[in-house]
Design a protein around this ligand. Structure first.
Ligand code: TXA
Ligand code: MG
Length: 309
C-alpha cells in the first residue's frame, strides 16, 4: 500500500480497485500523469474524469462551494458508488473536466481504495481502467488483460458492485438529474430526494460527454436474444437459471435472478464470452429496476444506438 501510494504521489499512473470497477488513477496535481491516463485509455479529451477523495472533508480542495443539498446527499451515500458534480477549484485542471466548469467527485467505499487515497492525501482522477469504449474491468486480471504490464495494478480482488457509479447532477438551481445509472439505484435516490429527472439519451450525452451510444462493447457483436436464437456459434448472456439450451457458450448472471449479483458478474461474463471465439453474443434483457437499470444501460451501449429489447 505504501509503495502504491508513493507511485501515485510521484506522478505515476496506477490501477486500483474500487467497489464498482477498477480505476486508472493519477493525482490531479500531476498534469503529465493525467495526460497519460488519457493516452493509455486512448480516451478522447472531451470525456471528463471522476475525481476520487478519501472523504468528504477534502471537498474544499476540488469544489469552490458545496451546496447544502449536495452535502446531505454525500453524507448519506458516501463512501459509495455515487458521483456528484460541483463547481471546480483552480486546482482541478481543465484536462480533468474536459473544459467543463464542474468536476465530478466521489468517495469510493472499497477498503483498499480508501486506504490508498488516505495515504496519497490528494485527489485522484480515475476513469475505469479499460481502453476507451471497451468493457470495464472488475478484477486486477481484467486490467492486465487490457494493458499488459504497461502499468502497475494494485490487486484488491473482484469488485463487489460491478457496475460504475451513478452520476447525479444537482445544484441549487435545478432539479436532480440522472447522468448515468449505476451502483446506487434510482429507487434509493428517489427515497432520499424525491423525484429525479431522467433525461433522454441525447440530452444525457450533452450533459455528460462520456455517455456515448456505443460503449462497454466487447469485440464480438452483441444483440438481444430475441433476434439471436440458439446456435453453436453464438454465446448467451442469460439473466437467470435455467438458461435455454443450444448456445455454444452460456454465462448466467444470477441463478436466482438477483439483480445485485447480476451487476457484480456482468462485465466478467461479457469478457469471458468475448474470448470464446463466438460469432455473436445473445443477451437476455433484465428487469429495469434497482441495479437492473444500470445493467440494461450497459447492455444497450454494448450494442450501439437505438437497441430496445
Ligand atoms: O464507478 C466509477 O465511477 C468508476 C470508478 C473507477 O470510480 N469510474 C468511472 O469513470 O466510471 P469513467 O471515466 O469511466 O466514467 C466517467 C463518467 C463519464 O460518463 C463522464 O461523462 C462523466 O462521468 N463525467 C465526469 N465528469 C463529468 C462532468 N464534469 N460533467 C458531466 N459528466 C461527467
Ligand atoms: Mg468507463
Amino acid at each position: 500500500m505504501a509503495a502504491a501510494a508513493a507511485l501515485l504521489r510521484q506522478g505515476s499512473v496506477l490501477a486500483f480497485p474500487t467497489e464498482t470497477v477498477y480505476g486508472l488513477g493519477a493525482v490531479i496535481d500531476h498534469p503529465h500523469a493525467v495526460a497519460r491516463v488519457f493516452e493509455l485509455k486512448e480516451r478522447p479529451r472531451f470525456d471528463p474524469l471522476i475525481v476520487h477523495l478519501a472523504d468528504a472533508n477534502q471537498l474544499a480542495e476540488v469544489w469552490t462551494h458545496v451546496c447544502e443539498r449536495t452535502r446531505r446527499l454525500a453524507e448519506r451515500f458516501w463512501p459509495g458508488p455515487l458521483t456528484l458534480l460541483g463547481p471546480k477549484t483552480d486546482r482541478v485542471a481543465d484536462l480533468v473536466t474536459a473544459g467543463l466548469s464542474r468536476v465530478a467527485v466521489r468517495v469510493p467505499a472499497h477498503p483498499v481504495a480508501r486506504d490508498l487515497l488516505l495515504r496519497v492525501g490528494a485527489p485522484v482522477a480515475a476513469p475505469s481502467a479499460n481502453r476507451f469504449g471497451g468493457i470495464s474491468p472488475t478484477s486486477a486480471e481484467a486490467v492486465r488483460a487490457e494493458f499488459g504490464d504497461r502499468l502497475p495494478v494494485l490487486d484488491g480482488g473482484p469488485c463487489s458492485v460491478g457496475v460504475e457509479s451513478t452520476v447525479l447532477s444537482w445544484t441549487d438551481a435545478e432539479e436532480p438529474v440522472l447522468l448515468r445509472p449505476g451502483g446506487i439505484s434510482v429507487e434509493a435516490l428517489t427515497d432520499a430526494l424525491g423525484p429525479i429527472r431522467i433525461p433522454a439519451p441525447d440530452e444525457q450525452q450533452r450533459l455528460s460527454p462520456g455517455r456515448l451510444a456505443k460503449h462497454y462493447a466487447p469485440r464480438t457483436p452483441v444483440g438481444w436474444n430475441a433476434t439471436l436464437p440458439p446456435s453453436p456459434s453464438r454465446g448467451l448472456l442469460a439473466f437467470r437459471a435455467p438458461a435455454p439450451p443450444g448456445y455454444g457458450a452460456t454465462e448466467i448472471l444470477s441463478p436466482t435472478g438477483d439483480l445485485n449479483e447480476a451487476a457484480t458478474r456482468l462485465f466478467a461474463a461479457l469478457r469471458h464470452l468475448d474470448r470464446a471465439g463466438l460469432e455473436a453474443i445473445a443477451v437476455e434483457p433484465v428487469p429495469e429496476e434497482g441495479l437492473g437499470r444500470a445493467i440494461m444501460d450497459r447492455l444497450r451501449r454494448a450494442m450501439g444506438k437505438g437497441n430496445e429489447p
